[in-house]
Design a protein around this ligand. Sequence first.
Ligand code: KG4
Ligand code: ZN
Length: 337
Amino acid sequence: MKILAIETSCDETAVAILEDGRKILANLVASQEELHRRYGGIVPELASRKHMEVILPLAQEALKKANVTLKEIDAISVTNGPGLIGSLVIGVSFAKSISFAQGIPLVAVDHINAHFLAVFLEEKTPDFPFVALVVSGGHTALFLVKDYLEYFLLGQTRDDACGEAFDKVAKLLGLGYPGGRIISRLAEQGNPKLIPLPRPMLDKNNFDFSFSGLKTAVANYVNDLKRKGLPIPIHDLCAAFEEAVVEVLVTKALSALSATGCQNLVVAGGVAANKRLRAALQKLAQERDFRVFIPRPEFCTDNAAMIGVCGYHKFLRGEFADLELDVYARSQFKRLS
Ligand code: KG4
Ligand code: ZN
């Protein structure tokens, strides 16, 4: 069974072709990083126009790479939310046209569901149930995942998403966009213990997060040094910020494991590509009694292979969308009752 998967929810145009929900025949990502860099963040209008320009040639290239024709494709899956509306509309319209023209099923995929299913592209896969920590530019949330398509929200951020905090801190330090990778690289040469920063929400007995206070603490620290005419210790500051984020994420994830009785933790989304976070979790998993599953970095950041995995499981269950399929900006997650 071959599925063509499309992802255009944010600033990556991505197309993948998967066989039987696991074998990647093609996986292409056209990043718009260059386009948005000079604005220090994503400009939605430009993002949609770029998706429109790139999507068809990218899909043609994917078919060529996979050495399959459109006639051999059995279904098409596409992200229809959450994300930027104008961007989602491009991918969804494109997917609808192919579904209509080829007479093949259309499958709608939730981007967050797809993020944590990216782990099924790896050799080592978790058993259900597991706890999923999704940390991306738009989301920071913990889920109890009972099956591929059955998951419940345990907690989420009350303000900024984790990746968004990385991006905003990078911007205020004048480091450029997107911030996560840049901060992480600079942090490698810094000492995380020199600058005290808060660990928001760690004192709260729940699974919610908050990152805007941490960003403000960095801003205050920087402004104070500037007022005094002192240099900003960029490497140490990046390391301290990264360590604060990692400590909050790790602590909340571990308490979600013990509260749910799960032994498997899946981490996904762009921030899961972060080396310090990966290392901290891998170390803890060895010391304590749990197993951690983190997709390789290119499956953590936005990609269409993960849309193919999720689409495949919906296809197997006959969960097809019709040609009136709409898009949505935010997900309404179910909570455990
Ligand atoms: O999942 P993703 O590619 O897109 C969304 O769905 O939002 O996540 C992008 C986010 C950005 O905020 C980016 O700064 C962050 O992931 N990110 C990282 C790293 N690589 C990407 N954050 C920390 N460390 C990284 N290595
Ligand atoms: Zn994402």
